[in-house]
Design a protein around this ligand. Structure first.
Ligand SMILES: [Zn+2]
Length: 234
């Protein structure tokens, strides 16, 4: 006779105890993401999540950021990006779901969800694209497909985090291109990245998408830095 599910997960909790990814407190296996409820509540939510294009040099139409890049959000993103904690994807799905509910956000159901691509060299170094994992969490939440065969980063660029704000714009110039056979004419794009700082990378990618015929580009990021300073991890 098979063991009841509750007994099975209870046993697994004893054999493989889990801890919250931030506070290291005990966190049961039955939880759906690696963040405990207390740490989840302490995340610095962005109370004014929607920004519209403010200057002609920005090529995306609007941007949505779920969290401010500070405190628990900063730790979470660093764990996700540099310490291979890819299970955070489940936290991100939950964050995004709560975020669109809280703000009654209008997300087009026919939009294409595109992760910010990494250059193949950077992808090999890291082993995964953090933006793809975030985008997958968002696609799961919206029950929409993830499109990884539209945009590529064909030029290797320096780490944005190592550059002054003004140099970031030239660093990413012409870094992207549309893949053959991709047809985005008249389509709305949800471009997903981990963090928005100066907006230079997102703007350059949006420019490439707009030149290929995209009707609107919305940039969605997990976090946004406070003042466009160079504290980003991207
Ligand atoms: Zn915790």
């Amino acid at each position: 006779m098979p063991l009841p599910q509750s007994l099975l997960t209870g046993l697994l909790d004893i054999i493989f105890p889990r801890n919250c990814i931030l506070c290291r407190g005990y966190h049961p296996l039955t939880a759906h993401d690696p963040l405990c409820p207390d740490c989840y509540k302490k995340l610095p939510w962005n109370k004014t999540p929607l920004s519209l294009r403010s200057t002609p040099s920005i090529h995306f139409d609007r941007s949505l950021a779920i969290l401010h890049y500070k405190g628990h959000a900063q730790t979470l993103l660093k764990q996700f990006k540099f310490h291979n904690k890819t299970s955070i994807r489940r936290t991100i799905s939950r964050l995004f779901r709560d975020f669109i509910k809280l703000h009654s956000l209008d997300i087009g159901t026919h939009a294409l969800i595109i992760p910010m691509p990494l250059h193949p060299t950077r992808l090999r170094e890291r082993g995964y694209n953090q933006s793809t994992l975030i985008a997958q969490g968002i696609a799961d939440t919206l029950n929409m497909p993830l499109c990884e065969d539209i945009l590529e980063r064909h030029r290797a660029t320096a780490h944005q985090s190592q550059l002054h704000a003004k140099d970031r714009w030239t660093n990413v110039g012409h870094a992207f291109r549309i893949l053959p056979l991709a047809d985005i004419v008249g389509r709305e794009i949800l471009l997903i990245d981990d963090i928005l700082t100066t907006g230079a990378t997102a703007s350059e990618a949006a420019k490439t998408l707009k030149e290929a015929g995209a009707s609107r580009v919305t940039v969605i990021t997990l976090a946004i830095t406070a003042c466009g300073s160079c504290t980003t991890t991207s």
